[in-house]
Design a protein around this ligand. Structure first.
Ligand code: A2P
Length: 266
């Protein structure tokens, strides 16, 4: 929901000559209310109009399930046909509206369905990934298929309870930024807890996209390429993995997801 404002700011920067299109990598997503082949082209065109761009660098299917906006917020509705949806995504690459295409929140079995029929492979899988849910199996699978993994909620998404309140989602967030082991390494490496969390993920060959609305924290989150965690320290951090029990955006967070056949979390 930030395409309008991002578009305005980018235009200002491009017009001023401070930035050129090839210096940024811009990703946007197909909203899960529109997970149908015949909606994709129009949805991406609308995004491009708001972004004031000719193309996006990466276009993702936000979620493997179809959502509808019910009276009490988002709920799961219907069955998505991945083969025809993916073909419509591929058409966006052919038309030049997206340089690359990918998925988000998909289970391995759902990515396999796409790999079975695709002409253009997903470039990216964006998933919840943090110290409490390290996704080792998913990362291994994606790496072996040449799919780049991007981690969301890498800091444990501390702002989420407020952000999702209006959508009636019920989530609990972990306190990764104040975890004792994370704080111990922040002290040892003279870095902040956020930088330890991000560095641990980047060292696994996974990309991170921590969101911040604060200039100082944006800079802090980029400043992770001048140190390395050693193997013993990584091993201790990895002991914090709770596997799927550590998932923040679990099936209970969304009405109709738990028993749905396309629930990616089971
Ligand atoms: P803010 O926008 O005020 O910086 P995630 O990417 O895991 O969802 O986390 C995003 C949340 O984490 C936002 O609420 C953001 O708040 C906060 N955040 C981002 N970077 C940092 C940081 N370096 N230290 C502490 N909190 C941060």
């Amino acid at each position: 929901m930030n395409e309008d404002i991002i578009g305005k700011v980018l235009k200002k920067w491009f017009d001023s000559g401070k930035l050129t299109r090839d210096q940024i990598f811009l990703t946007t997503k197909l909203a899960p209310t529109h997970n149908k082949a015949d909606a994709v082209e129009e949805q991406l065109k609308q995004s491009l109009a708001k972004l004031q761009l000719e193309y996006v660098d990466l276009y993702l299917i936000h979620h493997p399930c179809m959502f509808k906006v019910g009276e009490t917020g988002a709920e799961i509705d219907g069955i998505v046909d991945y083969a025809t949806l993916w073909k419509a995504m591929e058409d966006q690459v052919k038309a030049g509206r997206a340089k690359t295409i990918g998925v988000s929140n998909f289970a391995v079995r759902q990515i396999e369905t796409i790999l079975d029929t695709c002409k253009i492979k997903p470039a990216c899988q964006q998933v919840e990934l943090h110290l409490h849910m390290q996704q080792h199996g998913m990362v291994e699978y994606c790496k072996s298929n040449g799919i780049c993994v991007v981690a969301y909620s890498s800091l444990g998404t501390p702002g989420a309870p407020v952000a999702v309140q209006k959508r009636n989602m019920k989530i609990e967030v972990p306190s990764l930024l104040t975890d004792e082991i994370v704080m111990k390494y922040a002290k040892k490496y003279s870095k902040t807890p956020a930088q330890i969390l991000l560095r641990q993920i980047v060292q696994r060959g996974v990309a991170v996209i921590p969101k911040s609305t604060n200039e100082g924290r944006c800079k802090e989150n980029f400043d992770i390429f001048n140190f390395s965690l050693n193997n013993d320290d990584i091993a201790e951090l990895e002991t914090l993995d709770k596997k799927s029990a550590g998932r923040i955006f679990n099936a209970a967070a969304m009405k109709g997801l738990a028993d749905h056949p396309q629930n990616p979390y089971k």
